[in-house]
Design a protein around this ligand. Structure first.
Ligand SMILES: NC(=O)c1ccc[n+]([C@@H]2O[C@H](COP(=O)([O-])OP(=O)(O)OC[C@H]3O[C@@H](n4cnc5c(N)ncnc54)[C@H](O)[C@@H]3O)[C@@H](O)[C@H]2O)c1
Ligand SMILES: O=c1ccn([C@@H]2O[C@H](COP(=O)(O)OP(=O)(O)O[C@H]3O[C@H](CO)[C@@H](O)[C@H](O)[C@H]3O)[C@@H](O)[C@H]2O)c(=O)[nH]1
Length: 447
């Protein structure tokens, strides 16, 4: 099949590469010329494990191309996939300007029957809007379909090649048939729905996962007060098949380009339909507060924020999750900002997200470090915000030597007591008892 993908970001690029891997001819389009130039020269503009090898392989086979010429790409294709961004507008609603522009460009390029697929996450009714826009600019016959994307950054290639399910929202049997053919080798779990339900499945899935995270984070907060361990609680809950073990990892809450924006967009979608989505509003509020639990623990150990002036605090991890360079809505942005506001000196380190972080939050107080150890030097505390594998292998005896005070506040619960048994470390995490020297401090925290 000949496929054009409009928008070569995290979703468009991974999807394009994977569709090529299935044997299709794919041409990926983007407006950002620098991005396309990097891709045309054999590079990959994002950090995503396994993507470069797969892209190289398909480039060599001549099945994968990159262009900024939408007209040319659409004309060569039977299926046109829209994967542009749908960022949050001022009230949290999805901003559809990129979707609408892409629809206009596709309409202008139509030269025969095509299926136009919306893969971007869009509010219910958007596919109909795309259909109207394309229709208003061409007499050619075409069909529209919603095929929402469920990949996660950091495991995007695997998620795309081995998805739990494919959702096809379409009315036309011809479009359904073509899209079933395109996806049939990926999974037997292909569900065909009406377009509006497909659009809703995406938001409902993300909102549900976000709810699980905020739920376990509230349980963690209660565990801290009553002296229970949230990791034991989550294990015990997760063994019930009706609950399942996934997305019960307590910590500083969810970030990223999807959960924060999609939960707020669904609240707006509900509001526009005159429905007050109270549960989801609480999920968002719990998540907003959760990241500041790190700051509360710093205060409980180092002292009030007024006393943070000039104190160095190591920050391990800036990306919103490991194995990505994406910092969109990363908890680290709020935490580093709060440290700066109180006069502290954040010494930050991330294996891949340093440049992206600096492009969003640059400040003279921030020390940009080349290693986790450098970020720990002369620090009063380390805040671990992203569970990168390299942090799990830390030699804490070496880290202890370079810190002013061996204190680790782990926002992702990645360590156990054995990591600190031969050290002077005081260790805090989320929803678990403290280990090490400072049990007294934990009692203070628990009030
Ligand atoms: N990032 C994820 O993990 C993920 C997963 C599932 C779904 N989604 C959804 O997929 C969509 C895309 O997300 P993303 O993270 O890939 O966004 P992104 O910002 O990484 O990429 C979007 C790309 O579209 C390009 N673009 C915008 N208008 C264009 C146009 N008219 N023609 C060509 N290119 C254009 C931009 O330059 C950008 O490179 C969003 O709706 C998002 O909610 C994202
Ligand atoms: O138990 C958990 C699981 C995740 N997280 C956090 O939740 C956020 C999102 O993580 P994850 O879902 O793994 O990454 P995303 O790439 O944001 O993927 C989500 O958002 C995508 C965009 O819509 C969807 O396609 C995916 O299905 C959905 O999982 C990250 O900050 C994680 O640290 C937790 O705090 N606890």
């Amino acid at each position: 099949m000949n496929i054009a993908v409009i928008g070569t970001g995290y979703v468009g690029l991974v999807s394009g590469v994977c569709y090529a891997e299935l044997g299709n001819h794919v041409i990926c389009v983007d407006k950002e010329k620098d991005k396309i130039r990097v891709l045309q020269e054999g590079g990959i503009p994002i950090y995503e494990p396994g993507l470069k090898q797969l892209a190289d392989h398909n480039r060599e086979l001549g099945r994968l191309q990159f262009t900024f010429d939408t007209l040319e790409a659409v004309r060569q294709s039977d299926v046109v996939i829209i994967a542009v961004g749908t960022p949050p507008g001022p009230r949290g609603e999805a901003d559809l300007q990129y979707i609408e522009a892409a629809a206009r460009e596709i309409g202008d390029a139509m030269n025969g029957y095509k299926v136009v697929v919306v893969k971007s996450t869009v509010p219910v009714g958007t596919n109909e809007k795309v259909q109207q826009i394309v229709r208003s600019r061409t007499d050619q016959v075409f069909d529209i379909a919603s095929v929402p994307e469920f990949l996660r950054e950091g495991s995007a290639v695997r998620d795309t090649l081995y998805p739990d399910r494919i959702v096809i929202g379409a009315e036309s049997p011809q479009a359904v048939e073509l899209l079933k053919q395109l996806h049939q080798s990926l999974t037997p779990e292909i569900i065909v729905t009406d377009i509006r339900s497909a659009e809703m499945i995406k938001y409902a899935s993300n909102a549900f996962l976000a709810t699980k995270i905020s739920f376990i984070n509230e349980i963690a907060n209660i565990c801290e007060k009553v002296g229970a361990d949230v990791t034991e609680v989550a294990t015990g809950m997760g063994l019930d098949h009706r609950i399942g073990p996934h997305f019960l990892q307590a910590g500083i809450g969810y970030g990223g380009s999807c959960f924060p924006k999609d939960t707020k967009a669904l609240i707006q979608i509900a509001g526009n339909a005159d429905y007050d989505f109270k549960l989801l509003k609480s999920v968002v509020e719990v998540n907003r507060q959760q990241r500041f639990g790190i700051i509360d623990k710093l205060i409980a150990t180092i002292g009030p924020m007024q006393r943070m002036e000039g104190k160095k605090v190591g920050v391990w991890g800036l990306a919103f999750k490991p194995d990505t360079d994406d910092v969109r809505e990363a908890p680290a942005l709020d935490i580093v900002q709060t440290l700066i506001e109180h006069g502290a000196i954040p010494k930050v380190y991330d294996p891949v997200a340093m440049d992206n972080f600096r492009s969003v939050l640059d400040h003279p107080s921030i020390h940009w470090c080349r290693s986790a150890l450098e970020a720990a030097e002369e620090a009063e505390a380390i805040c671990l915000l992203t569970e990168w594998k390299e942090f799990k292998q830390t030699d804490f005896k070496a880290v202890e030597q370079v810190m002013l005070r061996p204190l680790l506040i782990d926002g992702r619960n990645i360590f156990g007591p054995q990591h600190f048994k031969d050290t002077q470390f005081l260790y805090y995490s989320v929803g678990r008892p403290a280990f090490g020297q400072g049990h007294g401090a934990m009692q203070t925290l628990m009030g």
